[in-house]
Design a binder for this molecule. Structure first.
Ligand code: FES
Length: 105
């Protein structure tokens, strides 16, 4: 019998890939809605590129403008344990951080 207070692992059904210097590629069954809750037409079963450079004329979808404007996205998922090594701070768990930066070469 499981303890209801223990968080159960959740298997994500959607994957969002932050493409190199490009859009977010969303893969999986999802709904995309605007600020008013109106749903965008998203083809079922298709991967969708969402603009993160801010330059698309088809927002929230990517139209390729990121390539023309030289959008650079340097972020990488960095685990907190790795950040601790880089900064000399104690590691805090093992989760990737949203604001993680790519290691400098
Ligand atoms: S990420 Fe492609 S147009 Fe913005």
């Amino acid at each position: 019998m499981s303890d209801e207070s223990t968080p159960q692992p959740v298997t994500p059904s959607v994957t969002i890939l932050a493409k190199n210097n490009g859009p977010f590629l969303v893969d999986g069954p999802f709904r995309l809605v605007d600020a008013d809750g109106n749903e965008y037409d998203v083809p079922a079963g298709k991967k969708v590129n969402l603009c993160r450079c801010g330059g698309s004329t088809r927002k929230p979808f990517c139209d390729g403008t990121h390539s023309r404007i030289g959008f650079e996205a340097a972020e990488r998922a960095v685990r907190a344990a790795d950040e601790g090594e880089a900064t000399g701070q104690a590691p805090q768990g093992g989760q990737a951080t949203a604001g993680g930066q790519a290691p400098q070469a």
